[in-house]
Design a protein around this ligand. Structure first.
Ligand SMILES: C[S@@+](CC[C@H](N)C(=O)[O-])C[C@H]1O[C@@H](n2cnc3c(N)ncnc32)[C@H](O)[C@@H]1O
Length: 283
């Protein structure tokens, strides 16, 4: 351990580690070790060597890990072990065994380049929302057969979680061919190829209505898709949105309520927001 080496610089070690971890978790893309060092050195005024030592500590403590994608190495929150992300959902690497406790479900996610290994607050917010609405929502509990749509699936994490939480048929879309390929791999890895379809089809091309829709997308995309997402929801169905921060949440909520949906839940994690909306009526 090299904790003592930070002391002369007057930066509390835990604070520095917290800044490093948060920078990696909150980035909207994977960061290389060099990018992390540079960003932290600029933000804290510490020299890059000190930041590098703190990063090595976090790696040796198992909190961060290096991942290698197409010849480039990245620094990420370590998912090299099972990690519980909500009351019932545990994410794990495929080569690690985990025996779910009663009521728990596990989701295998292989290391890759697509967004959605469970580290980002928006993914966690949506997983927690799904955990609660699929357990508590009377309408969804009464339905004998649930259908799900995951728009912008990335690794497929939310689509797989939907299946594990009892949704029978799921379509998951992404415009990024790399995400489509990784999500397809993860779905197969979880033995869900018959239940979850991964596609690059446009929403307008889908001729179905859904009981649950999840969309963890950037604010402008969510705004643009408000009419089609609301239209694709069954009467009584639930829409879970994330991917935007607090200042934009009110406007987005208004955009969707103007489409006839009702806001039933709102959660925040480190300024990121998750809105849960419901379409009135019965199917
Ligand atoms: C923030 S990631 C979410 C990944 C995963 N669902 C999660 O919650 O961790 C957003 C994903 O949406 C995809 N995407 C962006 N715009 C899209 C669109 N208009 N339709 C479908 N996918 C889109 C991106 O390629 C990316 O994989």
């Amino acid at each position: 351990m090299i904790f003592l080496q930070y002391k002369p610089l007057g930066k509390p070690v835990q604070e520095l580690k917290h800044i490093i971890s948060n920078t990696i978790i909150e980035a909207n893309r994977k960061m290389t070790p060099g990018e992390v060092e540079k960003a932290i050195a600029r933000a804290t005024g510490l020299d890059r060597k000190t930041v590098k030592l703190a990063i090595r500590d976090l790696v040796s403590l198992g909190e961060l890990s290096y991942t290698y994608v197409y010849g480039t190495s990245f620094l990420e929150k370590s998912f090299d072990r099972p990690v519980q992300l909500s009351k019932r959902i545990v994410i794990k690497p495929p080569d690690k065994a985990y025996k779910p406790q009663p009521g728990e479900v596990s989701v295998n996610i292989a290391a890759g380049a697509a967004f959605g290994n469970g580290a980002h607050p928006t993914t966690c917010l949506v997983l927690r929302a799904l955990d609660s609405v699929l357990g508590d929502c009377d309408y969804l509990k009464r339905r004998t057969s649930l259908t799900g749509l995951d728009v912008g699936t990335g690794t497929g994490i939310l689509a797989i979680a939907l299946a594990r939480l009892g949704v029978q048929k799921i379509i998951a879309t992404d415009i990024d061919p790399c995400a489509v390929s990784e999500a397809t791999y993860n779905v197969t890895l979880n033995g869900l190829a018959d239940q979850v379809t991964i596609t690059n089809a446009l929403l307008e091309e889908l001729a179905t209505y859904f009981s649950v829709i999840v969309a963890n997308l950037a604010y402008p995309t969510l705004r643009r898709l408000s009419a089609v997402l609301s239209e694709k929801l069954e009467q009584g169905g639930v829409l879970v949105l994330s991917g935007f921060k607090e200042p934009l949440s009110k406007d987005l909520g208004k955009t969707y309520t103007e489409q006839g949906l009702r806001l039933i839940q709102e959660e925040t994690d480190r300024e990121w927001v998750c809105l849960v909306l419901r379409k009135p009526g019965q199917p």
